[in-house]
Write a protein that binds this ligand. Structure first.
Ligand code: PFF
Length: 461
């Protein structure tokens, strides 16, 4: 089967523990933090969202992160092979996760590509006054449903660039490719973003934006969709239950303190997410102030429209807006790129191990397939609609299904393998015990199943 093609001894490693932590932060901090979190939080109860968010982080996010780390570290392979080594039949779960990652990667590339175009447009504010017409009309050339889709070159070209860049990084060893990219991009991203936030909160109206984001709507807590939004956000944002962190952890040195790294990554990710919420909503507050309306009455506060229609409109009105715009879209590119390389590393390493390919051969194959699909699905006149649909399914239904299966399988089927507490605790300072097993083995799956059923009913009904 070729499944042992990569012997554990010859596996490359991150060149230092901080290399792993930075790379894991790079994977976690992505479009999900900037492009997704602020809108989700705002729509899902504002300040009250912190309750389901923290619940999701503490009862499922961090425990599953530890689980991913320990499986990768113990079995030293990408998800499918690592699961297989743990227990043969679970290999399928690994492939399911890799398939989900793949789906996310092909649309994620499109959003990075849009950000690249918009980075360039920022300098001259080329999107003009009507930013909605520009985005959907001139840029994406969204067509009528029913009319057959055609490829839009202005999107397809940056998409190809993204995939070429991904390919180059993946063809290198992790310590030369992924690690070097994150060592440069992540600090730069944090500095750039800090600048944006400072600028945003000093704009007139900023405080109204923050009030709109943080004012709690406690009634949201009785809505299951709000809970599902919180869990999906945590899973997506921490890059867990996708097989990605399994893969990253498989490149760790034997002696690595995993629980401490996990806590650092989780803390950095959530901090960045909240910072992004502050930056985005302070900016929206300024916009509301300019238009003399309440923040809640603004349109386009979520999803792609927030970053590519609403933001350009605010940037138009801001003194020095072009610099703000370039930094904002530059931040999206850096955040997105350090995440997409993690997703693709997971996919490429799985293919490499399954078919006994060389690193370069699998990088080329996988990137080429992804590039073709990214273009065919998301760089056409119906790309925007496709993206919305895929985001709904992959991010809510897919991730949660994967998390349910993963927690049940790992805790109940393979408990005896000792990977859980014995392995993890042997190499980490922060020990986890029974509570952890009960959380991820019992409570998380029950809770997630209830949410999933509810979501399915609402999506289908
Ligand atoms: N965590 C990334 C974000 O917040 O944008 C997205 C992501 C990366 C999701 C890697 C899944 C993944 F495997």
């Amino acid at each position: 089967t070729g499944s042992t093609a990569v012997a554990p001894e010859t596996r490359d490693t991150w060149s230092s523990p901080s290399g792993f932590i930075l790379a894991a932060i790079g994977s976690a901090v992505g479009l999900g933090n900037i492009w997704r979190f602020p809108g989700v939080a705002f729509e899902s109860g504002g300040g009250a969202f912190i309750v389901p968010y923290l619940c999701a982080l503490l009862t499922a996010g961090i425990p599953i992160l530890f689980l991913d780390y320990s499986i990768g570290h113990r079995y030293r392979a990408a998800a499918p092979l690592a699961f297989r080594r743990m227990s043969r039949p679970t290999e399928a779960l690994g492939w399911f996760q890799i398939m989900l990652s793949f789906v996310i990667a092909v649309y994620y590339a499109a959003v990075i590509a849009w950000s690249m175009s918009y980075f360039v447009y920022s300098f001259n504010l080329s999107w003009g006054e009507d930013t909605l017409a520009f985005f959907t009309g001139e840029y994406l050339k969204v067509g009528d449903p029913g009319v057959s889709a055609t490829i839009v070159p202005s999107v397809a070209i940056p998409v190809v660039l993204v995939w070429v860049a991904v390919l180059v990084v993946l063809a290198l060893k992790v310590s030369d490719g992924v690690q070097k990219v994150t060592v440069v991009f992540i600090p730069l991203l944090f500095v750039a973003f800090a600048g944006l936030v400072i600028r945003a909160i000093t704009l007139p109206g900023a405080m109204d934006g923050l009030n709109a984001l943080f004012t709690p709507d406690w009634s949201a807590l009785s809505n299951l969709n709000v809970w599902i939004a919180a869990y999906s956000q945590i899973f997506f944002s921490l890059s867990i239950a996708f097989g990605i962190m399994v893969t990253y952890a498989s490149y760790q040195r034997r002696k690595t303190n995993m629980t401490t790294s996990g806590l650092v990554v989780a803390f950095a990710n959530s901090s960045f997410e909240i910072l992004a919420g502050i930056g985005v909503f302070a900016t929206l507050g300024f916009m509301a102030h300019q238009q003399d309306v309440a923040v809640g009455d603004l349109e386009g506060l979520t999803g792609p429209i927030l970053s590519f229609v609403t933001f350009p409109a605010v940037i138009n009105q801001m003194p020095g807006g072009n610099i703000f715009g370039a930094v904002f879209f530059g931040a999206l590119i850096m955040a997105g790129f350090t995440s997409i390389i993690s997703i693709l590393l997971g996919v490429a390493a799985s293919v490499q191990e399954k078919f006994g390919l060389s690193r370069t051969a699998s990088a080329i194959t996988v990137s080429a397939v992804c590039a073709v699909i990214s273009i065919a699905l998301f760089s056409t006149t119906s790309g925007l609609i496709a993206l919305d649909t895929v985001d709904q399914w992959a991010n809510n239904v897919g991730i949660i299904t994967s998390a349910i299966v993963m927690t049940i399988v790992v805790v109940w089927v393979v408990r005896k393998s000792g990977v859980l507490n014995r392995h993890l605790n042997a190499v980490s300072t922060f020990k986890i015990g029974r509570v952890w097993v009960v959380l991820i083995g019992v409570l998380a799956p029950i809770f997630l199943t209830v949410m999933l059923v509810d979501k399915l009913i609402s999506l289908i009904g």
